[in-house]
Design a protein around this ligand. Sequence first.
Ligand code: GLV
Ligand code: GLV
Length: 325
Amino acid sequence: ALPKILLTRTLPPESQKLIENAQDIELLHWKEDRSIPRDQLLKLIPGVSGFLCLLTEKIDSELLDIAGPNLKVVSTFSVGYDHVDLNEIRKRKIPLGYTPDVLTDATAEMTALLVIAAARRMRESIHTVEDGKWSKWGPLWMLGTQLTNKTVGIVGLGRIGAATAHRLKPFLGSNGKIIYSGNSDKPVAIELGATRVKFDMLIREADVICICCSLNKQTSEMFNYDVFKVMKKNVILVNTARGAIIQQDDLVRALSEGLLGSVGLDVTTPEPLQPDHPLLKFPNVTVVPHLGSATLETRTMMGNLAVENVLSGVRGQPLPRAVEL
Ligand code: GLV
Ligand code: GLV
């Protein structure tokens, strides 16, 4: 029998063709346009050799035990892998494929978009026009924040953080500043003219804060009430990484106390966020539904890479892009 690959969603057309054209595997394909329920997943996974998953699937010891010893590769259609228990993967020596680089530009575009949208009150101004309130126009009406001369703080100057900084830099002018926090000095900081500072300092000094780090034990709920309290009163806070990096109840509290200027979120806890969620009641909060990588070009490149990762693993070859375990 051919080795089986389980695919839990339909990929962009080019990537879907790529996996369907592979002659040396049998494809198990969850075709519904919604996340596969856990019980269905656990029914389909026993005996598979390759698993191509989305970030909505939790890869833990239970799932890996049920999958059994045939499993030779997990390939996630995402750059983030906080849904994967790395210890369990490591213990079993299963390579983990992911999709870095190909989504950097799209996600950085979204981050820059949310910064500018937050700064210029885009959500409120669209509503104002739609609600027939444009007639209130005046010299001091609907004023936003200008990015010229401001300090941008990037939390995590990785691929996406650096690409975001490159995009925002021209808006800052010659007196603007880029600072960043993270565990190590990044060579890219030199061309950006960016300075590494302690997280404690970044949150105090930055006019614009972009969360571009991965979610892990160190970054989980790194943004909590104590942090919001010391930020600048007009701060623009944007998160395109993972919702859980922000303590969201604390964010709601800080917003209700007027501690923050404007917030742009592409990620929340949970996802999806219900339409009656308190976050959506603040006019200075813009939420978009986890669309950082959502362009056809990028999703196709992600799909192709995820397919190449899973096929390589099943064939016993090194993965084009594997997480270092
Ligand atoms: C999206 O959030 C990803 O990790 O690719
Ligand atoms: C994170 O994986 C990044 O690309 O910045």
